[in-house]
Design a protein around this ligand. Structure first.
Ligand SMILES: NC(=O)c1ccc[n+]([C@@H]2O[C@H](COP(=O)([O-])OP(=O)(O)OC[C@H]3O[C@@H](n4cnc5c(N)ncnc54)[C@H](O)[C@@H]3O)[C@@H](O)[C@H]2O)c1
Length: 253
């Protein structure tokens, strides 16, 4: 680790970090010295990740709650600031996916998918801005997807719409807060080997997708976490409003 990657003295909130890529992101940021706030709607999953981080010597707390509920988000930020001095990094990772075709999407399912992915990204970003502005330094990384640029591989149109919305929100917020020393970027993972994917498609479909990718395998959560760790570091100080692909060559636009 060089100085530009050193996150000691910084605090990161990672949403949806009870499993999958969020969990991998907490490990990558903790390895660089950041204190971690582990959020998840599943309290026991958040606690599990927090215990793993603490066992590795990191400073970490679990704060359960939904990113789609403003009161939960405000509590997440307030409790983070009671424990740590500032919030320097926000990783908007929480997301839900449903593979439903348009004719069968209920209003409730549309709202769930759009609220967790898109509104959650807005609510959490809005809530951390005062702390970041106070320090004149901040990093926000939003989880879009190849779905945001093309069409979801395994999810429905609500998921594609929400992930495309995240790209627009990322660009707009990046422009608003650039002068405050805050960068806002999106990552666009392809098919990554997490519970979300394994719960949605069977092994046979996984193998078929793998064979279709230029790098013929699923991505790993730790590979995406490395990209996030780069974006929150000082090495990425001049990158903002960007969306970075990490998809084994599946989509090149
Ligand atoms: N796995 C992929 O192939 C893939 C590809 C592109 C983008 N993504 C995106 O990456 C992010 C992480 O995906 P993953 O594959 O690790 O998913 P995952 O389902 O394995 O983990 C998501 C976590 O988010 C939590 N969560 C769900 N709703 C929440 C809410 N309202 N508030 C707080 N936490 C909530 C879940 O409990 C879970 O722990 C998501 O935004 C997803 O859409 C995933």
């Amino acid at each position: 680790m060089n100085n530009l990657e050193d996150l000691r003295g910084k605090t990161a909130i990672v949403t949806g970090a009870g499993q999958g890529m969020g969990r991998a992101v907490t490990a990558a940021l903790a390895a660089r010295g950041a204190s971690i706030v582990v959020n998840d709607i599943d309290a026991s999953a958040a606690q599990r990740t927090t215990s793993e981080l603490a066992a590795g010597g990191a400073e970490a707390i679990a704060i359960a709650g939904s990113v789609a509920v403003q009161d939960d988000v405000q509590r997440l930020v307030n409790q983070s600031l009671e424990r740590f001095e500032s919030i320097d990094i926000l990783v908007n990772n929480a997301g839900v996916l449903r593979p439903t075709p348009v004719p069968s999407i209920s209003e409730a399912e549309w709202d769930l998918v759009v609220d967790v992915n898109l509104k959650g990204t807005f609510l959490c970003s809005q809530a951390v801005l005062p702390s970041m502005r106070q320090r004149g330094w901040g990093r926000i990384v939003n989880f879009s997807s190849t779905a945001g640029k093309n069409v979801s591989t395994v999810g429905g149109a609500h998921y594609t719409a929400a992930k495309a919305g995240i790209l627009g929100f990322t660009r707009h917020l990046a422009k608003e807060v650039a002068a405050d020393g805050i960068t806002v970027n999106a990552v666009c993972p392809g098919l990554i080997d997490t519970e979300m994917v394994r719960a949605t498609i069977d092994d046979e479909r996984v193998r078929a997708y793998e064979a279709s990718f230029p790098i013929p395998r699923l991505g790993r959560p730790d590979e995406v976490a490395e990209l996030v760790a780069f974006l929150v570091s000082d090495r990425a100080a001049y990158i903002t409003g960007a969306s970075l692909d990490i998809n084994g060559g599946d989509l090149m636009i």
